[in-house]
Design a protein around this ligand. Structure first.
Ligand code: GDP
Length: 297
């Protein structure tokens, strides 16, 4: 289960306060020390942890919390609110164009869940808005990638534009956009190539596709299981492509929490969706407050 260790450690850190009628400054210091260690253990970015702990401590010291009624409860509330703030406060919706089509470009490392997420998103748009998306198969480097996208698309009854593996991806996207215009698709979801790690050639290609398609949304898919690496990946993609949102996948797995808690604070870009399974229905809008509650258990 996700966040298991983190939840348990945060609960333990704060449970110790509960037994006390009055919380002293040194009690608070000890609790904050344990929270800090719990977050670091969960692979949360060091600077994010430092800022978080400072915010909680300042607020707890500031407003007569320690002297007030139920200091322990108030501290739990502060931790909850600061976790929510760290993850972006409010849910951020998908960017949409004023006129059709809205163009969504999926980017991310190989295996992060890009193709699966493209399908989940297409399905969600169909379901929620009765939309008619077209998916464009832009990953020409792995023949299996096109096959996988076609399979995903067939399962949700969404058309795919593809030209096999011998055409330049920028050209594929150009022709895919023309096709969508003819067919009056209201959403275009471009699946792009991934790599095992970020490299110049990939980024150049993605930048060219971005320049051509001028997407309303560039959704970066990152695997929550990879913790700090997910954060580094997000920084790398964001530096080159100025992404507009993040999808955090595999939150159904045994992930520690570092990616969920760090990505927004480190990149400034919102997590818009979370993937919580392999099925096409396993995509949810990301709500920072709900995630904070889930982390606190
Ligand atoms: P891509 O290389 O980025 O296009 O990644 P894929 O879409 O092929 O996904 C890689 C693997 O991760 C596949 O086996 C997916 O079923 C799986 N996957 C994707 N998203 C999730 C998720 O949210 N939860 C789980 N458990 N598996 C996922």
């Amino acid at each position: 289960m996700a966040f298991e260790g983190l939840t348990e450690r945060l609960q333990n850190a704060m449970r110790k306060l509960r037994g006390k009628g009055k919380v002293s400054e040194s009690d608070l210091r000890e609790t904050m020390r344990e929270i800090r260690l719990a977050l670091l253990e969960a692979d949360v970015n060091f600077t994010v942890v430092k800022d978080f702990v400072k915010q909680v401590r300042d607020r707890a010291m500031g407003a007569d919390v320690l002297e007030g009624l139920n200091p322990a409860q108030q501290i739990v509330k502060i931790v909850d609110e600061e976790l929510t703030k760290t993850m972006g406060e409010e849910a951020v919706p998908l960017n949409k164009s004023d006129k059709i089509p809205t163009i969504i470009m999926m980017v991310g490392l190989q295996g992060a869940g890009k193709t699966t997420t493209a399908g989940k998103l297409a399905r969600k748009l169909k379901e929620d808005e009765n939309a008619r998306p077209l998916m464009i198969a832009g990953d020409i480097y792995r023949p299996a990638a096109i096959e996988q996208l076609v399979q995903v698309a067939n399962g949700i009854d969404v058309p795919v534009f593809q030209m096999g593996t011998d055409v330049d991806p920028v050209e594929i996207v150009r022709q895919g956009l023309a096709q969508a215009e003819k067919d009056h698709n209201d959403y275009i979801i471009i699946d792009t190539a991934g790599r095992l790690q970020i490299d110049e050639q990939l980024m150049d290609e993605l930048a060219k596709i971005k320049a051509l398609a001028q997407p309303d949304e560039i959704l970066l898919t990152v695997d929550a299981m990879t913790g700090q690496n997910a954060v580094a990946t997000a920084e790398g993609f964001n530096d080159k492509l100025d992404v507009t949102g993040v999808v955090l996948t595999k939150l159904d797995g045994d992930t520690r929490g570092g990616a969920a808690l760090s990505i927004r604070a480190v990149t400034g870009k919102p997590i818009k969706f979370i993937g919580q399974g392999e099925k096409m229905t396993d995509l949810d809008v990301f709500h920072p407050d709900r995630m904070a509650s889930r982390i606190l258990g």
